[in-house]
Design a protein around this ligand. Sequence first.
Ligand SMILES: N[C@@H](CCC(=O)N[C@@H](CS)C(=O)NCC(=O)O)C(=O)O
Length: 305
Amino acid sequence: MSRRQQQVQLYCKPNVSGSGSVGDCPFTHTAGMRLRAKEIDFTYVPCSKEQKPDWLLAPPHNGTMPCLTYFTCSSGTDGSEGEEDDRERVVISDSVLICKHIDEVMTTEQIGGDKCSPALHEEAWNIVDNLGFFRAFAMFMKSDPSNRAERKAALHGRCAYLESLLEQQDYPCICPSAIGSSPRYFLKRGFSQVDCTLCPQLFMCQAVLEHFTGESFQSLLVVPPAVSPATEDSPSSAAPGDVAGDAAGYSSLTPLTERARLKCYIMCMLGGGGGGGGEEVFSSTLKYDAASAIAGWAAAGVEPF
Ligand SMILES: N[C@@H](CCC(=O)N[C@@H](CS)C(=O)NCC(=O)O)C(=O)O
């Protein structure tokens, strides 16, 4: 007798607008993308601190969201469901554990050809475990004048790392939709956990970075030449007409190199005129906009520099 899964729900931070819709947590969107990739029917349950049920507040979850929950019950060989009192609630918190649970327990089927194949799955998790993008982004958002330059360099460093990974994947430098071929995901072999993890984080960064830090999102797609501390610390030493360049951490007098693969990936997956297949999976899980993302960070106490 097998166990059936019922009432799959993803508890998540609510939108700060109070509309009862999904909030600005990228980890929730990662889990949501994974569920959609596996074609599992589920509902988001935006849940305020006051609304959290006891099973969510209990250890080891301690109220953290996203939190995936569903019931299992036995089913007969004819597919009929077991008794109501046979139902057991499964609870998994933390987006990494949720995604692994979705792939390893909820459905091990490979959906859509090569997607979620064991080899792709392993390659994807190796990358995801080492991305460090969101941490670098959050650290920069929360920086102060004493550590800002260092944290900005660290964020650029993670973008350089993403570019180098995409280079290893032979990722095109021109958006595939612009040249009429198929859209490309982060990994050559197909849609994977890297897309599920990275897209919500890049979206968040795109939505809020400029508002709080003055650093344009586009600047992350440009390779800054090494900036000497003297230039960084004394804007007055900059050449005339160089103000915008220096504010972004590099000189407009120096030729700039684009992170062209990262730019292309972002266009494919986040839209912005590029179109692409990822946009469909991604945007349909993203039910918040830039304004609610900004409001979410402001509510968490982050102020513009
Ligand atoms: N490492 C966790 C981080 C999750 C996280 O930071 N969740 C925040 C929302 S973005 C949270 O639980 N906040 C408590 C709350 O909203 O009540 C994961 O990957 O799921």
